[in-house]
Design a protein around this ligand. Sequence first.
Ligand code: BGC
Length: 804
Amino acid sequence: MKYKELIDKMTLEEKASLMSGKDFWQTQEIGHLGINNIFLADGPHGIRKQAAAADHLGLNASIPATCFPTAAAVANSWNEALGEKVGKYLGEEAVSQKVNVLLGPGVNMKRNPLCGRNFEYFSEDPYLAGKMAAGYIRGIQSNGISACVKHFCVNNQEERRMAIDTIVDERTLREIYLTAFEIAVKEGNTKSVMSSYNMLNGTYTNENKFLMQQILREEWGYNGCVITDWGGSNDRIEGLLAGNELEMPTTAGETNQYIIQAIKNGIIKEEVLDTCVDRLLNLIFSTEETFKTPIEDFDSEMHHKVAQEVAEESIVLLKNNDNILPLRHGMKVAVIGDFAKEARYQGAGSSIVNPTSLDNTLDCIKSFGIETIGFEVGYNRYGKRSSSMISKACALAKKAEAVLLYIGLDEVSEVEGLDRQNMKLPKNQIELLNALYQVNPNIVVVLSCGSVIEMPWITKVKGLVHAYLSGQAGAKAILRILTGEVNPSGKLAETYPICYEDTSSCHNFPGKEVSVEYREALFIGYRYFDTAKVDVLFPFGYGLSYTTFEYSDLQVTKDAVTFKLTNTGKHAGMEISQLYVGCNSKEIFRANKELKGFAKTLVNPGETKTVTILFDDKTFRYFNIKSKRWEIETADYQIMIGASSIDIKLTDNIYIEGTNAPLPYDKERLPSYFSGKAENVSASEFESLLGYKAPKTTWDRKKPLGYNDTIAQCQYAKGAFARFAYHVLVFAYWFLKKIGKRKIANIIMMSVYHQPFRGIARLTGGIMNMPMLDGVLMIVNGHFFKGLRHVFSERKKMLRAGMR
Ligand code: BGC
């Protein structure tokens, strides 16, 4: 232990006091021992430090900070160094706002396009997500503070996120859902990790010793801190035993008392607590160093400029028929769409940033050498139809040489705590597009959304620029791409399926009651589409440029690939070349190809560059469930260099001598996995993969409700009062949506409807404790008066004990 001497001076009570927050955002201090509190704040694409009222829902404003493009956007840059740059600037702002731990980046996999938080995550591919995250972490931590990679792990749906049990086989867990975290830990050296809200195969991740001890600590050698997601602690003792150093936010000392009692009763050894205290002290002392030198205010104008540069590298050009882009100098354009007036630039929830400034297209466009003949809103941002808006937009479009149409998803449809209902654009926007097409076919769509949408309207547009959620300086960045000041170089970090029903997890998403089964196993994203031969709209790794590239001369050695890349067009440009590896294994099922490396190269017109991509420990590995280790199969491997996952430019083979591990699978029993057509796997085949019987997915409606059941489950509670409350809640949600108050309606779903009962105690900062919650549960389970009496008497006890 690094701080043994100091820990020896601490009383049991003092040590336990460090194990949960002092308030919503800070840790506890122990003044006489020189242990200060530290501040934790979101978030992944901009600092959200709340100076006054605190919440984790995105409700109360925070101190202004630069809003960078969200992770879903920056991932399209395929540029780790750019990730590091974002991290560096985020970290600088964190320091200037006295934040010690920055709660990000989020590296959960995009298992399904409807996950409400996909805008905050990087990719459907763990290698790309891990590399980008490692870049962010290095950048953030270069300022002396800590990043906090989240949400560890398999938190891939927002519905019932605090209670859902994710059922996933170990190979899929390792290869798909843990690899990005592994890279973040080993290559990013993150100083803290946030455990997720959900369970993993029957145990809350925060208490899951297999995950937290065996994998994170022993296999990956992680020695930093584990912090719970806000309100995510279930059993504090189990959490501590699994190695959870810090429970957030405060529980007003209630759960610290549990630790003290458990030690006094001999349930856990004091050394367990000491180890956790030691790691937490390391986080505190190592991150406060940086604040000892005078803190300077960050240069907000310069940071705004950086946010713009980051956006420029992250925007993806998806279509460019007749070379409608870049727009010609002096071209007469009609600007249409509410998002041109008020940019759609970030998502909602705990990541929401109060930007230092916000660019909008209408102001910025004046300096771009194109002639704007007018602007029309075109549609109502929140979906209400308006034929007069459409007619006005058409009247303007008629007079233009080209139409710049700004559309996308609004800010209340991509939000933490709620999954999207479908993958469609609002109907009123599609109606507008159809109408515009009738009067002017030269349409360039600028799309702003943080996640995948269907595009049945794609044939009606000539140009399509996908800006994702491009941060506070996105508007200018988009214009620079549209006008050719910047040559687009982004490529998609996720697949765009033709329709939602084409995705492999659509039959098992979201889990609605007890659990969610990852029946498609490792066949998510391009791994599925490519192997099962399902056509897609835009493949993983796809993106256009204003120039063209030619690939040649592939050389494969045991350690690396090299090839030549020539810019055959007229503009300088950056090309993202992707290394995929395939293995024609008969005995171990695999995706056709998997991303194992990438390189981004700037090439001038006519120039040829030699590109090298190194192999690493992940290039040929797979996880063997018999040997319980990473192994390499002896086989011929295809080495593929692609401009996207389906546009393979160069291929070769390499024979690799493997590790001769026992064959892990009974092929006969896993036909869907061996064919890759894993979209409709039966329960019995999934169980063959799991190796055990999957738990029941539905609620046992006869059982009384307990701590980990959610408020939504009051629908079948024994207590009439609870059932009534449930109906009031559902009505309130419906009503608020109906009158257009979608933001408040969403907050009800996120913070009340999907809240487990224990959350009432965990998130109220000590206003209610667990014994009081027992009374609430009595009420819910049909003992109204007894429960009410219990609540009051426990409240009195709590006040007498001086805990509140
Ligand atoms: C989110 C985390 C966030 C935390 C603190 C939680 O609801 O899941 O991502 O860091 O709140 O705001």
